[in-house]
Design a protein around this ligand. Structure first.
Ligand code: GLC
Ligand code: MG
Length: 475
């Protein structure tokens, strides 16, 4: 990771499903709170690492569905694939390590003899990961039997049970914990071992993360039984691990505070921005604040609108220019005044705005060049049902509410009736995320009270966003 030339102040290594991402929260509130905190206070000198069981295919799908940040490092397929940066450059050195005492053909062949194991989808079968579904009550025995068979073949494999249904078979040297240990070793060799590492998880495949030396750890409040049990048996007295009282990303924010790892007030939790103006102003936090104001404006959640609008206008240089992503150029002050026509135009909708990869470079005594991605999300509602549903109920739900059924993960028989465990239901609403890359020049006042002056703002559409509705894109 060359972005930082000193050790990261904080490295967060977080699982995604049910840890960073709360599938029970259609508003994505805790994720958005975390995003704002990270971009305002941590992005510039810290590292964000996502460590997920998902393959690259399902990881990319999740990024399209949820308002997620771009991590510095992505660890996928239960610690068997490590990639760097936005272009996700793979770590070939890691792949070498995993080939040790691993033979994928033998693993698939032997596992296929177990009728209790149901093969997961093709996308989730990876070079160093073979994955199945298995019932909770059968998992333990199957695991034991498989281990013995693989040992006889001279293989050294690891079998992990997660979420009360997923069984992954990996090389012994793989897994989320080993991948983190590998990264730590790499950073250490470069003299850049992060000052603090916080690992975050909710299920079985996250357990290893908590046994890496010197890390702080948070099991989110909604952690699975298998992780809590692992903790009770292996790490009970460790003061560096907490079981948060908050769910998912809110639990991560809670842990940052608990372990004193840095600021833990999300800009989203500040309702009156003028109250916070005395604390450390930076170009990044100004950007986060501005777009929060913009979101609230369009949701009709700003009190004293006129006063606020005037103060935002006062923060714009009189000769400042906004280059709209359509290519149109307009005076910055005029663009702010134009917001008046859009107060509350997104009221009652699922309208959210977030910024990603906010990075600034000082170009003059008090001038900063800030570059970031800005995203708008509207319309989409995701609903997750975790409880097993009867097939009949399932049909009724799907018929009455135009829901698109995405996955049915497990099926079992009880009293002669089929029980399906339904995991994802989503209402398809077309492409809801629209984003652009913004470059702006900001003047930061030295007194730390008066905040920023926007000199120039230049926007360009991101990833096909330009083909969507351009008329209501104000900034
Ligand atoms: C993710 C993966 C799946 C894996 C599970 C547990 O859901 O898609 O293949 O079994 O994580 O690690
Ligand atoms: Mg998880």
């Amino acid at each position: 990771m060359d972005r930082l030339n000193a050790p990261a102040r904080l490295m967060i290594v977080s699982d995604l499903d049910h840890t960073m991402v709360d599938h029970h929260d259609p508003e994505n509130m805790s994720l958005l709170r975390f995003n704002a905190l990270w971009e305002a206070r941590y992005r510039h000198d810290s590292l964000l690492v996502f460590s997920t069981g998902r393959s690259p295919t399902l990881y990319k799908q999740l990024r399209k569905e949820k308002p997620m940040l771009t991590p510095d490092i992505t660890i996928m397929s239960v610690g068997t694939e490590i990639t760097y940066g936005t272009s996700m450059v793979p770590d070939d050195g890691w792949v070498e390590v995993l080939n040790h005492k691993w033979d994928r053909n033998i693993v698939t062949e032997e596992a296929s003899k177990f009728s209790e194991l149901i093969l997961q989808s093709e996308t989730e079968q990876r070079p160093h990961k073979v994955s199945f579904y298995v019932d909770k009550d059968k998992a333990q025995n199957v695991r034991k039997a498989l281990s013995e068979i693989f040992a006889k073949h001279g293989l050294d494999v690891k079998i992990i049970y997660s979420g009360g249904m997923d069984l992954d078979i990996l090389p012994q040297g793989a897994g989320k914990g080993q991948a983190l240990a590998y990264l730590h070793k790499k950073f250490k060799a470069e003299g850049k071992l992060p000052t603090n590492t916080l690992v975050c998880g909710d299920s079985g495949n996250d357990a290893e993360l908590f046994s890496i030396p010197d890390v702080h750890g948070v099991m989110v409040s909604n952690a699975q039984e298998e992780l809590l049990q692992w903790h009770a048996e292996n790490a009970k007295g460790n003061p560096k691990i907490i079981h948060a009282t908050e769910r998912c990303a809110a639990g991560i924010i809670q842990a940052i505070g608990h372990f004193n790892l840095g600021p833990n007030t999300s800009p989203r939790d500040i309702t009156n921005f003028s109250d916070s103006e005395l604390e450390n102003v930076s170009a990044s936090s100004e950007i986060v604040k501005f777009f929060l104001f913009y979101e609230r404006w369009r949701r009709a959640e700003v009190e004293n609108c006129e006063i606020y609008l005037a103060s935002v206008k006062a923060d714009c240089d009189a000769s400042g220019i906004l280059v709209h992503p359509s290519g149109a150029e307009l005076p910055l002050c005029g663009a702010i005044t134009g917001m008046r026509n859009y107060y509350g135009d997104k009221q009652g909708q699922q309208f959210r705005v977030w910024v990603d990869r906010v990075l600034s470079t000082q170009t003059g005594l008090d001038t900063w060049l800030v570059k970031f991605n800005k995203w708008e999300l509207s319309g989409k509602i995701d609903l997750l049902v975790d409880e097993p549903l009867e097939l009949d109920l399932l049909r009724r739900v799907a018929n009455t509410s135009k829901l698109l059924l995405c996955f049915i993960l497990t099926r079992s028989i009880s009293n002669g009736q089929s029980l399906f465990q339904l995991n994802y239901l989503s209402i398809p609403a077309g492409d809801e995320q629209q984003g652009c890359v913004i470059t702006c020049i900001i003047n930061m006042k030295k007194d730390g009270v008066s905040g920023a002056t926007y000199m120039h703002v230049h926007e360009t559409w991101l990833e096909g966003s330009g083909t969507k509705d351009q008329s209501t894109w104000l900034f």
